[in-house]
Every structure is written in structure tokens, then in C-alpha cells.
Design a protein around this ligand. Structure first.
Ligand SMILES: Cc1cc2nc3c(=O)[nH]c(=O)nc-3n(C[C@H](O)[C@H](O)[C@H](O)COP(=O)(O)OP(=O)(O)OC[C@H]3O[C@@H](n4cnc5c(N)ncnc54)[C@H](O)[C@@H]3O)c2cc1C
Length: 464
């Protein structure tokens, strides 16, 4: 039952909406933070068991990193095709309250559960009126770099992340909107057929009581700017793995054609560099990012599928392909697609005459290698998102020295935390591929369901 949240010690905001909670003396609903594949999996498992879920996503739409991928190893399934049914199910699920473009501002323990305050950023679009027709985006005159496309494509000042966005409702980026910056334009408002544009919309604070919290805030890539040896993000046609995923994606900025960002030509020689920042304790990070061997093999293979006469090279330290059919997959890249694997590190990248000169060592032959590449794809280490530390601080959860959240105990309690009722799902604990992320998130959901069932039984016994 809904009740006022006075006296919980949380900051007050411009508006407050109290969501009703399921009646039982305690809230039989979970808060899931982060709607990547981990958060969505956990939310669906809990919701399908009949319990409520509040799913909070900081971006305007759900899907996380998986929504940016082209095809997935080792099956080469189209990522969007397997993801979209999930995002749609989450978007329509009667037990899931989806709060996108929102962030958790505070969580405090209360009774057997938690009280959370969530800030919904203003979209400046009334999503109840918006039909997702896309007119506003078509008519908006401002084009800016699209973060979702890793800046290889453009979006408008009013935008959705992708054509498959769930929810398919746009937001206005105040920083680039001519109306917000200069007080004129209003093109989106003029052309919106349902009158949904609302420049006066304010942030909304949503307060919710929950019985459990699942943290699924995922990962980031170690920034190229921190690695001068790989160009520091300043050499044209040196991009990171996620940017290459966007080039490979049918819905990406080049409609799936592999083209050089600098001049739109087809690259004939592409070098993939693994372990950029990973396993480099002296300069960068000590740990292995676990998925790069597989996605570099996938990307080299997909590049060869798109550019038959192209040559792909992969620089690696050693190949870690320990999942089911993973080793066979990397073998396929070498044998069927003729990808040249060079064991060794790249020492430097130099731009010269429109090429990227890759200087490195082949430790198997003991030779120095120099490749004049048309494009270089770097696989940076996976790192935790900075906001995860803030959430950990709110809940008093420990992180490791790199900022990954620590489970209660890594062997037998990989999804529980030191705080009862708080669980971890997916790459918030460290690098994982999609199958492992999904299994981990299902584990977190199972722990929530077990907690709710124990609380329900105890309440039934108590109430006779
Ligand atoms: C280049 C590349 C290629 C890959 N290819 C493959 C592949 O082919 N096959 C495979 O199995 N794996 C692949 N992966 C790995 C795959 O991306 C991950 O396993 C998967 O996306 C992890 O999902 P997640 O939900 O844990 O994290 P994420 O996808 O990062 O989702 C986390 C979500 O939480 C949200 N969030 C973050 N902070 C907050 C906050 N404070 N409040 C609210 N929301 C928040 C984020 O916006 C995001 O939506 C690849 C990875 C890379 C980098």
C-alpha cells in the first residue's frame, strides 16, 4: 500500500510521486538499477514470478551495451534481433515499472527493505502524448555527434538512442537545443502532431519502497585518451571496439558497411589490438578483460565477411577463449578467414600518408613488425562505471581496488553482498560475456525470489 515517505532523511525535490507497493506488511517488489541485458534479465525473472519491479535506467532507453553490438560470438546471432524481444517484453510487462532517463539519488534501509529516491530527468517531451512518430527528429535542424554511435554518426538535439529504442520516446538535449540556448527555433514543437513538446517540464522525484535491490550498472571502456601508445584517441581511423561494432551494425552510421571514419573509404588492412590497458600493471590495469579475445576474433571475421579482399591482423598476448565453442571460433577466424594472429605488443601508432603505421613486436618470430594499416581497432580494458562507486557508497558496499563491486564471497555467494537484500547482476562485478551475464543476473533474481518467498511464508505464519 502506498504511504507518505516523511522523515526518511532523503533530499526533497520539485515533485514527488509515491508509487504504490504490494501489500504484505513489507514491500514485495525489487528495485533494479541499470537496464542492460543483466538488469533486464533480473527484472523479467522477478516480474514473471509475479512480483513487482522498478527498473531504473539512466539513459533514455534500455538495452545497455548489447544494443550497440552487431553480431554476437560464437554464434554470430544478430544482437539486435535477440535483444529486441527482451526490450519489448520489459517495456510492456505489467509488473515492471520502467523509469528511463532516471538515476537513483538515494537509497536508505527501512524496515525489512529499502526506501529509494529516484530522479527522472526532464525529457521536455510529454511521453504520455508522444506517439514516437519521429517527426520532431526529422524536423530538428541541429545535428551533433551521437554518443550511442561512439561519435561515428550524428543525432539531432531531440533524439532517441536508436530506431529500436524502448521506450521509443525522444528527449531534448538542452545543451545543444537552439531553443534552450538561444530562445528560438521551436521546430519540434511546431511539427509535433500531438502537442507533446513541453519545454517547461521539470525533473521528477519518484520515491519507492522495495524489499530488495539489484545493482546491474554494467561497464565502461577504458578511455583511449589514457593510452598515448595507442594514439590517445587523437589519431584518425584508430577507434575502439564498440565503435567498430557500430560500423558493423546494419542500424549503425554506415548501415553495416566498414568504412574509414576519416574519408569513408573501404579499409583494405585492419589491425586489431587486444589487451589495450588490460594485463598492463605497470602502465594501466592488471586484470584480463576476458571478452576481448573473443570479440576481436568476431570483429576480424565480420570485417572479412564485409570486405572479402581485406586483410585483418590481430595483436595478442595469448588467446583466452575458454567458453563452449570459443576456441573453435578463434580457429575459424585464423583458418577460414585467414586472419593473421601476431603474438606481441604494439608499441606505437603513427599517422603517415593517410595510413596508420602500427609498430610492434612479434614475439614468436622475434622480429619487429610494421604494418601500414588503413584502420586500427583497439580493444580497451573493461572498467566499472564511475556512478557504480556512488551507489556502492550509498549502500555501504565494498569494491575492489579497480571499483568493481565485490560479492559477499566469490565462490559460493557470487551475487549476494554484505548487505542483506542487495544483490549484484552482470558486469557490475567484472568483465563477462553475454551468456555469463545472463546466468549471473538469473542468479541474482533467484536470490530475490527466495528472499520474497521466505518473507511471505514468515508473514503467513505470523498472521496465522
Ligand atoms: C566491443 C564489444 C563487443 C562485445 N561483443 C560481445 C559478443 O559478441 N558476445 C558476448 O557475449 N558479449 C560481447 N560483449 C560483452 C557484452 O557487451 C556484455 O557482456 C554485456 O553487455 C553486459 O551487460 P550488462 O547488463 O552487465 O552491462 P551494460 O550493458 O553496461 O548495462 C548496464 C546498464 O546500466 C545503466 N546504468 C549505469 N549506471 C547507472 C545508474 N547509476 N543508474 C541507472 N542506470 C545505470 C547503463 O546505462 C546500461 O544501460 C562485447 C563487449 C564489447 C565491449
Amino acid at each position: 500500500m502506498a504511504r507518505e515517505g516523511a522523515g526518511c532523511g532523503l533530499t526533497q525535490g520539485p515533485k514527488r510521486v509515491i508509487l504504490p507497493v504490494v501489500e504484505h506488511g513489507f514491500p514485495l517488489r525489487a528495485l533494479v538499477v541499470g537496464a542492460g541485458i543483466a538488469g533486464m534479465q533480473a527484472a523479467l525473472e522477478i516480474a514473471n514470478a509475479g512480483y513487482g519491479v522498478v527498473l531504473v535506467e539512466r539513459l533514455p532507453s534500455i538495452g545497455g551495451r548489447m544494443a550497440q553490438l552487431s553480431e554476437t560470438f560464437p554464434t554470430l546471432d544478430c544482437a539486435q534481433c535477440i535483444l529486441t524481444p527482451r526490450t519489448v517484453e520489459v517495456g510492456h510487462h505489467p509488473h515492471i515499472e520502467l523509469l528511463t532517463y532516471a538515476e537513483v539519488e538515494a537509497i536508505v534501509p527501512e524496515g525489512t527493505g529499502f526506501r529509494a529516491l529516484i530522479r527522472r530527468h526532464p525529457a521536455y517531451v510529454n511521453w504520455d502524448l508522444c506517439t514516437g512518430c519521429g517527426y520532431c527528429q526529422e524536423k530538428c535542424p541541429t545535428r551533433v555527434d551521437a554518443e550511442f554511435e561512439r561519435k561515428l554518426g550524428k543525432r539531432k538535439a531531440i533524439y532517441t538512442l536508436s530506431p529500436q529504442a524502448v521506450p521509443n520516446k525522444p528527449v531534448i538535449d538542452q545543451e545543444h537545443c537552439t531553443f534552450f540556448q538561444r530562445g528560438r527555433c521551436r521546430a519540434c514543437e511546431r511539427f509535433c502532431p500531438t502537442g507533446a513538446i513541453d519545454y517547461a517540464q521539470e525533473a521528477q522525484l519518484v520515491e519507492v519502497e522495495v524489499g530488495a535491490v539489484v545493482l546491474a550498472t554494467g561497464y565502461e571502456l577504458y578511455d583511449l585518451s589514457r593510452m598515448p601508445e595507442y594514439g590517445g584517441g587523437r589519431i584518425a581511423d584508430v577507434i575502439d571496439g564498440l565503435a567498430f561494432e557500430r560500423l558493423l551494425s546494419a542500424s549503425g552510421p554506415t548501415s553495416g558497411k566498414v568504412l574509414r571514419p576519416s574519408d569513408g573509404t573501404v579499409p583494405r588492412e585492419v589491425v586489431f589490438i587486444q589487451c589495450a590497458g588490460s594485463r598492463e600493471p605497470e602502465r594501466h590495469l592488471s586484470y584480463c578483460s576476458k571478452i576481448c579475445c573473443m570479440y576481436a576474433a568476431k570483429q576480424a571475421m565480420l570485417y572479412r565477411h564485409r570486405v572479402h579482399e581485406g586483410q585483418a591482423y590481430v595483436f595478442y598476448i595469448d588467446i583466452r577463449a575458454a567458453g563452449k565453442r570459443y576456441d573453435e571460433f578463434t580457429q575459424r577466424a585464423m583458418e577460414d578467414e585467414h586472419v593473421v594472429y601476431l603474438r606481441g605488443k604494439v608499441s606505437r601508432l603513427v599517422r603517415e600518408d593517410g595510413k596508420v603505421i602500427v609498430l610492434g613486436a612479434d614475439t614468436l618470430s622475434g622480429r619487429q613488425v610494421e604494418i601500414a594499416a588503413d584502420m586500427v581497432v583497439v580493444a580497451p580494458a573493461l572498467v566499472p562505471r564511475p556512478e557504480t562507486r556512488r551507489l556502492a557508497g550509498m549502500l555501504g558496499l565494498p569494491t575492489d581496488e579497480h571499483g568493481w563491486l565485490l560479492p559477499l564471497e566469490p565462490n559460493l555467494h557470487p551475487v549476494e553482498t554484505i548487505r542483506p537484500g542487495v544483490f549484484l547482476a552482470g558486469t557490475v562485478v567484472g568483465p563477462m560475456d553475454i551468456p555469463e551475464t545472463v546466468a549471473h543476473a538469473s542468479g541474482a533474481a533467484a536470490m530475490v525470489l527466495s528472499l520474497f518467498s521466505r518473507l511471505t511464508r514468515a508473514a503467513e505464519e505470523r498472521d496465522g
